[in-house]
Design a protein around this ligand. Structure first.
Ligand code: SF4
Length: 391
């Protein structure tokens, strides 16, 4: 067993559901008490089976962890640390929304041991916040970014581009305000239409019109330009960090380190050097509360093919890229894949730095498609298609 794991806790409560969000959460608050007692049971049951585990990070995600009373988080951390220990300097990160962050709440979270705060600001513009259906206003976004910086220092701000009515100028103002707050980490997301969300329905009915793909791509590229010029490292498709301030939990997931997930819809990945197992809890809160120790939604031992596909897909999301040697190994030495790399290079989607393939700034807009082009199944399909043509 890997002695250094990461841990994720999914807290499925939000004040209201944002129109674009399809995460596993509820806005009925009367289930909080029963959820946290179920969570304690799941945590104790699973951790009692593990020995000598040291956690390198704990990530409170959701939903909105800042929305629930800190006493629940404290009690869960007490349960957790009965079974596992935290390594020196472990990252304890919490996702928060501005409307929850009174000074008292910020201080209580710091007293709990939280040492990284990720704030769902999304925008500092009143009209854009309204279009996104957020619960906070521009003043709260500004105030809490500043106060969180004073208390935590290690603060990340989430920003969304591509809201209704948003122009490149509005987006640039958002970025410049975030930069003026001196936060050391920014996550930039392009508003996506998730199926069955309110926003999706509104767009389908013609009630809302979003900026097109080109406009959104220009916003993303503007973010890359401004943030990199300000000293941020673009270390993952959506994530920008000053040196030493990257999200350790998220980076661990992208680098395929082991992590345990608790709560509904939380994912777990365990790799012991021989086998790799992915599993996830049910996304039904009702089912989770009814049987937290029997909440598995799915579990799968990864095949070699699945591992390779994950490695290619995840490595290419990171600025560290994928080594040519590894790619050739995944293709069992077949150099056909290098033709695909050349084509991607000609299209400006990847760059070759020494022996490493890195996705370019433009390529990050199409990271999934770039990875798809380099999958063993894809290139073997291409080679057989090529042979058919030759005949
Ligand atoms: S606050 Fe975050 S998790 Fe909650 S509904 Fe909005 S986007 Fe989704």
């Amino acid at each position: 067993m890997d002695s250094g794991l990461h841990c994720y806790l999914h807290i499925p409560f939000c004040r209201a559901r944002c129109p674009y969000c399809d995460f596993c959460l509820v806005t009925k608050q009367d289930l909080q008490d029963r959820f946290f007692s179920a969570l304690e049971k799941e945590t104790a049951a699973r951790l009692s089976l593990l020995e000598g585990v040291v956690l390198k990070s704990v990530h409170f995600g959701g939903g909105t962890p800042s929305f629930v009373p800190v006493s629940y988080l404290e009690s869960w951390l007490e349960t957790l640390t009965k079974y596992v220990s935290l390594c020196d300097g472990a990252e304890i990160a919490l996702e928060a929304n501005p409307e929850d962050l009174s000074i008292e709440k910020l201080r209580n979270l710091a007293a709990l041991g939280v040492n990284r705060l990720s704030i769902g600001v999304q925008s500092y513009m009143p009209e854009k916040l309204l279009a996104l259906g957020r619960c906070h206003n521009a003043d709260e976004a500004l105030r809490t970014t500043g106060e969180a910086m004073n208390i935590f220092g290690n603060v990340s701000v989430d920003l969304i581009c591509g809201a209704e009515g948003e122009t490149l100028e509005i987006w640039e103002r958002d970025l410049r305000i975030a930069l003026s707050g001196d936060v050391p980490h920014v996550s930039v997301y392009m508003l996506a239409l998730e199926k069955k969300t309110l926003l999706d329905k509104q767009v389908r009915k013609g009630l809302v019109t979003l900026p097109g793909e080109k406009a959104q791509a220009a916003m993303y590229l503007k973010a890359c330009e401004l943030l990199e010029a300000d000293g941020f490292q673009h270390y993952e498709v959506s994530n920008f960090s000053k040196p030493g301030f990257f999200s350790r939990y998220n980076l661990a997931c992208w680098q395929r380190e082991s992590y345990l997930g608790f709560g509904p819809s939380a994912h777990t990945f365990m790799a012991d050097g021989v086998q790799e197992l992915r599993s996830a809890n049910t996304s039904s809160l009702v089912r989770y509360i009814a049987g937290p120790c029997d909440a598995l939604g799915f579990s799968e031992q990864l095949s070699d093919e699945a591992r390779i596909s994950e490695k290619i897909f995840l490595s290419l999301r990171l600025s560290s890229g994928l080594s040519v040697d590894d790619l050739l190994r995944y293709h069992e030495g077949s150099s056909l894949v290098l033709d695909a790399v050349d084509q991607l290079k000609e299209q400006g989607l990847v760059e070759i730095c020494g022996e490493v393939i890195k996705v370019s700034r433009k390529g990050f807009l199409f990271a999934d498609q770039v990875a798809e082009e380099l999958m063993p199944a894809k290139t073997s399909r291409q080679s057989s298609a090529g042979r058919r043509q030759e005949k």
